[in-house]
Design a protein around this ligand. Structure first.
Ligand code: BGC
Length: 827
């Protein structure tokens, strides 16, 4: 057993009373921690967020309801990921850190790096990718950047936040191997590579236990295996059982509980349920964080908003993805537009950009560049602007007719489409993968009338693009932040050559998504009542599409450029602990450009079900026309491993591996195979890696036996071949290694505080009436063009009753809630 390290601030901890120590483990208010003056413990401020500083001057909330001070709004994580550029992430981290520091913020609550398992997940725009390596490495860059300024970063939400529906109660049921390989791997990378000082737990349960009380996640894995030595903070209002949380190593509850949990902690120590040493350790870590970050904030100056804005524009440029660029009638690709082009700018989003998502990450931007303004001040002749459609989906023949008339006067139509603010918000999942009907109808009319329609698409996650082959070009901006408008104009006119690549797959249709199939009553996505079942296991995103050969609209890693690149001279040095893959990329076109070269690795044969391919590394390189660069990608040992759930250990299967290098997961340019020894061989020769290998290292023959056992159990059936839409109950239970947990609510059990407001549907007439009223309120608010307010009604619907007291700031007491629950008892 590892020795527990001595307290770093033992003297300070010794000067604190039990009550003071308990108080330090929860907030003083919404954003600040407690201080204890006589012991020299300062209060520090924690604030969102992932792509801009959301420091609230007046009223506080974590839903983006009340205004925050102006700050630079960088592209959201979904957009940033399209740069595939760790150095850029470090730079953005430094800029965010400097701005936080200048505002007196000690802990910046980001980056968010959960896996984009299903594009309908409401927070997809806040997360990097469907791939854990890309997510983890980018997040690590950002954490290094933020922390280089002395401000602490806070990667979130640990772990498996994949849906917003019932996010405070849903149980994500996921087998251990998929948990390790897909959902935790990004967090492992960020902890190992960047040593974040804090980390935020998610609201949901993971395999039956709330994430913030989950000793498997927090004690065994985060601290035990990965060596995390910072402060774990609850998500806002995410505390469930404070003592269980502290025992699991969740040291800071945010926001303040108004003293309620402080008293529980004091009582628990006095009654012996909580060892005071556990509290002391939590306090020691908190004191260290408060002292270190507050001294780093001394003498900080506010940043120059203009310089930050320029950096936001520059960042946005690197995040744009050119999805399509077909030849126009003259045979040349439609983009970039020549200076002589006469363009009609159509679409509401050209004037009023969609540049960030809603919820706690909402930034009040210092400036906002719209594409229309940027285009008008550029070289093109803009013949006019037409809104084309109502933003929130209401049909309008008049707006569409105006757009068509305008298009007739131009040689190129720049059509700005996208998702509106109500459809991408924390707390609410999207309901479908389509663009609004009024936009689709407009595209159809315009493409029938015009042969040069360029679509500029905004939105933080994939949508179906049924018209993709009918338009000349598609430029995807994702949510590009406050500088996005200028970046778009620069890309369309060729002032900047786009070089971003997709970090998530664009499927042809929603039904193709691996977690799309609904298994009533649980649902794979979203889980509808108690559980969300991960029947898709490790086959998330491109891992599924490539394994099952499912055609996609635009694949993972796809993105075009105004120049072309050739790949040559592959050299592979593969060792058991990783190796190096080197190759040459040559810019064969006539313009400078940026290529994101991607390395994919997969075993030729595997003892466990394995995706056809998996990202093992990447490099973004800028190359002048006619020049070439030798690119070297380090392959870490993890790329050759799978998690053996039976042995609770990472294993390397010996044999041949495919090594593929290319411009996307489908556009493979160089390919070879190489062989490595399995860890059975390595064990036999006495070599054994200790890098995150977990417990349970075994001898060679034991390893071989275990592999055979796994082979016997798991290489048959739908899951074995990645056919995850057909994973039945027996197979899913086998994958889990335990019976499938009960998925549905018990309609006869009396409603309690841990139940959610949504469960009022099992209540008596009064309860059902209250629920119906809430749903009506949502519809009315939506129709009235108040999407954020509408979404916040859903936030309430998805909330457990027990949380209402805290969220209402004590206005609705626990007692009142209990009375209400008695009134609406089940039918
Ligand atoms: C979100 C977190 C955020 C926190 C504070 C929560 O609702 O899930 O991501 O950092 O609020 O605003």
């Amino acid at each position: 057993m590892a020795k527990t390290p001595a307290l770093r601030h033992a003297e300070t901890v010794a000067r604190l009373s039990l009550e003071e120590k308990a108080a330090l483990t929860s907030g003083a208010n919404f954003w600040n921690t407690e201080s204890v003056d006589h012991a020299g413990v300062p209060s520090i401020m924690l604030t969102d967020g992932p792509h801009g500083v959301r420091k609230q001057g007046g009223k506080s909330d974590h839903l983006g309801l009340n205004a925050s001070l102006p700050a630079t709004c960088f592209p959201t994580a979904a957009a940033l990921a399209q740069s595939w550029d760790v150095d850029l992430m470090e730079r953005v981290g430094r800029l965010l850190g400097a701005e936080a520091r200048g505002a007196g913020v000690a802990v910046l609550l980001g980056p968010g790096l959960n896996i984009v398992r299903n594009p309908l997940g409401g927070r997809s725009f806040e997360y990097f990718s469907e791939d854990p390596r890309l997510s983890g490495d980018l997040a690590a860059g950002m954490v290094r950047g933020i922390q280089s300024t002395g401000v602490a970063a806070c990667p979130k939400h640990f772990a498996v936040n994949g849906q917003e529906h019932l996010r405070m109660s849903i149980d994500e049921v996921v087998d251990e191997r998929s948990l390790r390989e897909i959902y935790l791997e990004g967090f492992r990378r960020v902890v190992r590579q960047a040593r974040p000082r804090t980390l935020m737990t998610s609201y949901n349960k993971v395999n039956g236990t709330y994430a913030n009380e989950n000793t498997h996640l927090l004690v065994d894995i985060l601290r035990g295996e990965w060596g995390f030595d910072g402060v774990v903070v609850t998500d806002w209002g995410g505390n469930h059982d404070r003592i269980a949380g502290l025992l699991a190593g969740n040291q800071l509850e945010m926001p303040s509980s108004g003293g309620v949990t402080d008293r529980l902690i004091v009582d628990a120590v006095r009654s012996g349920r909580l060892d005071e040493a556990v509290l002391d350790r939590a306090v020691d870590d908190l004191v260290a964080l408060a002292l270190e970050t507050s001294s780093a904030l001394e003498g900080a100056e506010p940043v120059d908003p203009d310089a930050q804005h320029r950096a936001a524009v520059d960042t946005a440029r690197r995040c744009l993805v050119l999805l399509r660029n077909a030849p126009g009638p003259d045979g040349a690709p439609v983009l970039p537009l020549p200076a002589s082009a006469r363009v009609a700018v159509i679409g509401d989003f050209a004037e009023t950009p969609r540049y960030q998502g809603a919820g706690s990450s909402l930034v009040n931007p210092t400036r906002l560049d719209g594409a229309l303004g940027a285009l008008r001040s550029g070289p093109l002749e803009v013949v006019g602007f037409a809104r084309g459609f109502h933003r929130f989906g209401r049909p309008s023949r008049r707006l569409a007719d105006q757009a068509l008339a305008l298009a007739g006067r131009a040689d190129t139509v720049l059509l700005f489409l996208g998702l509106d603010e109500s459809s991408e918000a924390e707390g609410v999942d999207r309901e479908h993968l389509r663009l609004p009907d009024n936009q689709l109808a407009l595209v159809e009319r315009l493409t029938r009338a015009h042969d040069r329609v360029v679509v500029v698409l905004a939105g933080g996650a994939p949508v179906e693009l049924p018209f993709a082959e009918d338009v000349a070009a598609v430029l995807y901006t994702s949510l590009a932040g406050q500088g996005g408008g200028t970046a778009v104009a620069d890309a369309l006119t060729g002032r900047h050559n786009p070089g971003g690549k997709l970090a998530v797959t664009f499927p042809v249709r929603y039904a193709d998504v691996p977690s799309a199939r609904s298994v009533a009553p649980a649902g794979t996505f979203p889980g509808r009542e108690r559980t969300a079942e991960h029947r898709d296991g490790v086959f998330v995103g491109y891992r599924y599409y490539t394994t099952r050969d499912v055609p996609v609209r635009y694949c993972f890693g796809h993105g075009l450029s105004y120049t072309e690149f050739e790949y040559a001279d592959l050299a592979v040095d593969l060792r058991a602990d990783g190796g190096t893959v080197a190759f040459t990329v040559r810019n064969t076109g006539s313009r400078a450009g940026r290529e994101v070269a991607q390395l994919y690795v997969a075993p030729e044969a595997s003892p466990v079900p394995h995706a056809a391919t998996a990202l093992a590394g990447f490099a973004a390189v800028e190359i002048e026309p006619g020049h070439e660069r030798r690119v070297e990608i380090d392959l870490d040992g993890r790329a050759l491993e799978y998690f053996d759930a039976d042995a609770d250990a990472w294993r390397r299967h010996g044999g041949a591996y495919w090594i593929r290098v290319g411009a996307s997961v489908a556009d493979v340019r160089l390919e070879t195979t190489a062989t490595v020894d399995g860890d059975g061989d390595a064990d036999a020769s006495g070599e054994e890696s200790d890098d995150g290998r977990g417990r349970g290292a075994r001898t060679g023959s034991e390893a071989v036996e275990a592999v055979e056992a796994v082979q016997g159990k798991r290489t048959e059936g739908a899951y074995a071949v990645g056919d995850v839409h057909r994973v039945g109950d027996a197979e899913f239970a086998a994958l889990l290694g335990r019976p499938i947990p009960v998925a549905s609510w018990d309609p006869r059990a009396p409603l309690g505080l841990d139940d959610t407001v949504a469960q009022l549907r099992h209540a008596n007439l009064l309860g059902r009436g209250v629920l119906a009223l809430l749903h009506t309120a949502r519809r009315v608010l939506r129709a009235a063009g108040r999407p954020h307010a509408a979404n916040n009604v859903m936030f309430l619907v998805n909330m457990p009753f027990a949380k209402i007291e805290g969220y209402s700031g004590g206005k609705v007491s626990r007692r009142a809630l209990q009375r209400f629950l008695r009134l609406v008892r089940r039918r």
